[in-house]
Every structure is written in C-alpha cells, then in structure tokens.
Design a protein around this ligand. Sequence first.
Ligand SMILES: C[S@@+](CC[C@H](N)C(=O)[O-])C[C@H]1O[C@@H](n2cnc3c(N)ncnc32)[C@H](O)[C@@H]1O
Length: 346
Amino acid sequence: MISLKDIRNELDALSANVAGHSTLSRLLIGYAVWQMFDKLRSSDGPFDRAGFMAFIRDAAVWSDLTRGADGSPVMAADSMQDTAAVEAYTGSLYSQCWVPYSDDGFMHTVSMLEGRLRNNGIGPELFEGYKCIDMGCGGGRFSIAMHLLGAKHVTGIDIGIEAINDAKRRREAHGISPDKVHFENQSLLSLPETWANQFDRVLSSGVLHHTVNPELALQEAYRILKPGGIAFIYVYGAGGLHWEMVDWVRALVHDCPEQFARQTLRLLDAPVGKVFHIMDHWFVPNYETLTATEFEARCKATGFTVEQRLFRGLYLYESSERLYQYPEDADLMGEGDLRYLLGKKS
Ligand SMILES: C[S@@+](CC[C@H](N)C(=O)[O-])C[C@H]1O[C@@H](n2cnc3c(N)ncnc32)[C@H](O)[C@@H]1O
C-alpha cells in the first residue's frame, strides 16, 4: 500500500525536478497537482493513492518536456510531403486519443451514429444485414455501432497501429466475435485490388479530409462500394469562424511539440473528448474543407450519385446542428458539416 511517506517523496522529487523552471511552469505544476489532490479527496471511495502518484509522475514528465519544448517543430516541413511520414504521424496522433477513452465514453459515442441518422429520418436498417466497411475507424466506435445496428459483417481499417489494437480490445471487451467485426491496420489510399465492389455500405466519418489525397480517398470509397450500395461520408464543410479559429490557433502554436501539448492537457486534467478535439484540429498535419457545392461536384465526378445530405447533427457543437437550430448564426458557421448518403448505380 502506498504510504504518506511515498507520496511525500514523490512530491519532493517533483519539486527538485522543477526547481530551476520558470515561474509560470511552477505555477502550472502547483495548480495541477493541487487540483488533482482536491478532486481525488472529494471523490467517492478510498483515496486513489496510485492514481495520485501517477499524476505527480506525469507532472515530472511534463516538466522534462518543457526543456525541449521551445522551437522544435511539430513535424518537419519537408516530411509533410512524404505520405508515409504523414500517415505514421497522423495514425499515432489519433491512436493516442482513442486509448484513454473509458468504456462508457466509447459506448456513448457509439450511440451517436444512431442518433444522427434518426435526426435525419434514417433508421438502423441502413446497415441491417449488410457487409460494411469503416474507412479510418480509429478506435472502432462506428464499426461496433454498425455491428450493433445489425450489420452482417464489418471491416474497420485505420493507419493507427495502436488505434487498431484498441479497437480489437474493445471488440473483445464487448464479446463481439472477430468473425463479425474485423479490424485491420492499413491505409485507405492503398486498399487491395480485390476489394473492388465488395461492400454494401461504406462509412467514413471525419477521415478523408485528413489524408494526403482526399480525392483519391473518395475514389477508393467508390471503388470498393458494390453497385447499388450506399456510402455514408462525413467531411469538413468550409467557411465560418470555427475554421478561422483553427487556423489562428494553429499559427499560434505551430512550434509547440504535440507531445508537450498533450502532456500539458493531461496536467490540466482535460477530459479525453477535449484532448481529442484539440489534437484533431491543432496538430493534425492535413485538413481540407470544402463547400457543399465543391463536395457534391467531386462526388459526381467520382461516379457517385448524391442521395441525401444530412443537414442535422445530434449535438450543438456540430456546426450543422447549430445551423439548424440557430439559423441566425449562419455567418459564423459556414457550410456546416458535410454529411451525405452517396450511391453507386447498379
Ligand atoms: C478524426 S479521426 C475519425 C475516426 C473515426 N472515424 C471516428 O469518428 O471515430 C480520423 C481517423 O482517420 C485515420 N486516417 C487518416 N488517414 C488515413 C488513411 N490514409 N487511411 C486510413 N485511416 C486514416 C486516422 O488515423 C484517424 O483514426
């Protein structure tokens, strides 16, 4: 059992570690450790001694990271052009976001898919009995959601190695057979030739715009969809204060190493969803935004038929839902999220 003495020693080690640091950094460490102590001592159950010790060690990791934090680029500019480097970086960036999700948090996001579809008049029969693929599945939340909504079989692919391992862990934790939901580590830009016309349903949520070639990514979605099948695609809509804010903050923190930012957020006890949102917008190497007209033109040029635009989201933080509920915010919201059902002619 961790004793008062052990905790005291850990605190002393931390003070020694940060002794020469700036006032701001010592203030942040003091605040963070104090906050965590307050949180744990007011939580139900015996005081989480191990959790507190781990947090103090995390603070020391952060203080070590501050030493190299200034001036090192998030990612070397020349490697931004290199597909393999971008994919490795992007995969790792997101992998680290999925793993910390609690099971409750993960399952909550699973129910999001059903809610979003329902708000647009679409029922779970969209997936029922079909062979589905989740392109860029991350930790597999939408793959598992499609399974729970009655899909016959789901394949989830992602470039994040740890994301795929996490998806497999969650599948096992929910007692889902690998025969029903299969996860694979690969890039959606280089899918096997044999996957052409194989899937009744292709889902890709929040992924294509982060690839090095969003047009090719859409063509791949089309290629693997069966004639008569449906693709559910979500990409970023252009315009609005949100994207101006994203560019503003990206410029502001352009030389802040991603690991330093992540560890700082841990120190501030930021919720996993907040960390995800920040990493997703501030640190992802590539993101593309399109107007609805541009996206629809791209879909048609690829061969897709535009079946339905899903104008509604589920939560107000989704620009499409805000636009729906508060049309007076249109100047701030831009195009809203671009969520579509796309078809492939038989
Ligand atoms: C914003 S996340 C969305 C994940 C998932 N669709 C969800 O909503 O839970 C973007 C995901 O796309 C994946 N990704 C980016 N480029 C990819 C590529 N070329 N091939 C496969 N996955 C990719 C990332 O690793 C990340 O997991």
